[in-house]
Write a protein that binds this ligand. Structure first.
Ligand code: GLV
Ligand code: MG
Length: 308
């Protein structure tokens, strides 16, 4: 069985599982991914009913071709196993991934993998189909991110959770994603690159987490552009207004996309017999070779996935 784990995720919309109105509305928004939340967007008293809202929304909603994810509670709580069992038994065939928050060790990912396998076998679902998204949200998770990223073949993405992360390392800022006052460089660079390297070394996607100032579009775009520039595949959106920005920022510009396709065509031609079977060629003033082809493939791949 082959599952395409590289699903579209430029915009990953957070939807509280406790709110049936939001669960309904999210279906009509142009986000690449939705994640129906049982964790921090759900108060403890409504977590149980939220599980059932989510099962109902997954089974009876019209989600088009969105990537459908449920975020369960983390393993240090007493909710995780019941979240997974209720949601996967109830709606497994209509679910793409489980998102596991506050991951600290590879074992936590392996435990979820085992639980998913048992449920899939018991229910007669395709074994291994449901993917895992791991959120890195504290120092221990970041220190262990390399092992976490290779803990299970079900893994699809590593996600940076900036709000919990900043709190966990005592960073002196209250605005998630913004630089802490008093520090001149980029306080996120190390964290983002660490996550990106672990993801890429294991062919996983890397996703940036939320920007909480939902009325500040420019702030959202600046933080999204920073992650996109490094190579991240997408970012969370907490509000419908952020969806279009994420889709645009995590797609290549038309100009870059067209240029990438030109490089690929030129390289194909120069390496072909008809083109002289050469290893490099000129495209205007630019020399292109196998490394240029790889760089062009990244941009062209993102553009093709975005339907350009
Ligand atoms: C997301 O879960 C975050 O903590 O930023
Ligand atoms: Mg969090």
């Amino acid at each position: 069985m082959t599952v395409n784990r590289l699903r579209p995720r430029r915009s990953c919309l957070a939807v509280p599982g406790s709110n049936p109105r939001f669960l309904e509305k999210a279906q009509g928004l142009p986000a690449d991914q939705v994640f129906l939340d049982l964790e921090d967007a759900c108060a403890p008293l409504v977590k149980e009913s939220a599980r059932h809202n989510i099962v109902d929304a997954l089974n009876n909603g019209d989600w088009g071709n969105k990537t459908k994810v449920v975020r369960v509670n983390d393993w240090t709580t007493h909710w995780t196993y019941r979240d997974v069992i209720t949601v996967v038994e109830g709606a497994g065939p209509n679910l793409d991934c489980i998102m596991l928050p506050k991951v600290q060790t590879a074992e936590q990912v392996k435990a979820l993998d085992l639980l998913l396998t048992q449920i899939e076998k018991t229910m007669g679902f395709e074994v291994g189909k449901i993917g895992i998204e791991a959120q890195i949200e504290n120092a221990k998770g970041l220190i262990n991110v390399d092992a976490i990223a290779e803990a299970s073949p079900r893994l699809e993405t590593i996600i940076f959770g900036p709000a919990d992360f900043m709190a966990s390392i005592n960073m002196k800022s209250l605005v998630v994603g913004e630089q802490p006052p008093g520090y001149d460089a980029d306080a996120y660079h190390y964290i983002l690159m660490r996550i990106l390297m672990a993801a890429r070394a294991n062919d996983l996607q890397a996703i940036d987490g939320p920007y909480l100032q939902i009325r500040n579009q420019e702030g959202y775009k600046a933080v999204a552009r920073r992650a996109a520039a490094l190579g991240f595949d997408g970012k969370w959106v907490l509000h419908p207004d952020q969806v279009a920005a994420a889709n645009e920022i995590f797609s290549p510009s038309q100009e870059d996309y067209d240029h990438a396709e030109l490089i690929l065509d030129a390289y194909d031609w120069c390496t072909s017999e008809a083109g002289g079977a050469k290893g490099s060629a000129m495209l205007g003033d630019e020399m292109i070779d196998e490394a240029s082809r790889k760089m062009a493939l990244v941009i062209a791949g993102k553009g093709r996935a975005a339907g350009m």
